[in-house]
Design a protein around this ligand. Sequence first.
Ligand code: SF4
Length: 363
Amino acid sequence: MSLVKPRHATRQVSVGNIKIGGAAPIAVQSMTNSYTQDVDATVAQIHRLYDAGCEIVRVAVPDMEAACAIGKIKKRLSQPEDGSHGIDIPVIADIHFDYRLALASADAGADGLRINPGNIGEKRKIKAVADCARSFNIPIRVGVNSGSLEKDIVEKMGATAEAMAESAMRNIKILEDLDFSDIKISLKASDVARTVEAYRLISTLTDVPLHVGVTEAGGLYAGITKSAIGIGMILADGIGDTIRVSLTRDPVEEVRVGWEILRSLGLRKRGPEIISCPTCGRCRINLFDIADKVENALLKCPLTIKVAIMGCVVNGPGEAKEADIGIAGGDGVGILFKKGSVVKKIPQNRLVETLIEEIEKYS
Ligand code: SF4
């Protein structure tokens, strides 16, 4: 039985090589937190994000130096100076306040622009951004944020979900009146209820593809919980074409959580699913350490298999047998299971490397 309602129909846009909306897979995004002007640091962080499964990356563009850096970043990503293979990941420029930064970012090679019309100002500036995006054939994401809605809307409606939807529709109309329809939209608030309500509302009003997230969700615990519930509820309603988990952490963690949300809802899979027990007084191996090491070692593994890491033989073998491959701990040893059968006993100090070796040769 699927947890997820049929997907809300949206038009499709392209961000570089990634399609958003229509029947395209729900894409996972993140945002760098390096200084964009620091090309080395930003390229290194984008590589780490890409390895973790990030499909679109956004960079902050606070000034002209950052806008110009996008050209260098894109070049270094596609043609690394050390002669290694390049990567193809769309880079979106995140613009606030100064529309000229959007023009410069597009000119430098950005694959998309994210603007907040509430702080870009006059229509002529938005028109300049739309004309520029059209000439470079790149989309614009209108990022509506409950904290920076247009003044007249807040005065009339407060910073409510209805106000966020009103702002979104107003900005869609502004762009469409300018004959620009290559749009995505996000409506983010820092609380789950308003965010969910805003997305439910907007999905009844437009077919513009939706970028989903709970903004400023917080640190690891609050951020993961709010994002999993908020993004999860929206996706389960069949709403959303791309997601970003927002955490006060290394953005690589955002990508990992994003993929876990998609996997939990049965929407997309990437890499092994790791099932591990919480341990209890029966556990005689260092399971936390083993689970951590295996999880990190498998970050780049493309196999969509189920891996069980269980503390003991009480529930352990049962779970491990249901997985494609797994271990159940004993006293200083682990029992390796594969496709439902016991393969061998492994001493504790060889458990991690043996399990990883077995996963690597799994077929
Ligand atoms: S698998 Fe064993 S160690 Fe883990 S929680 Fe269950 S009983 Fe405890």
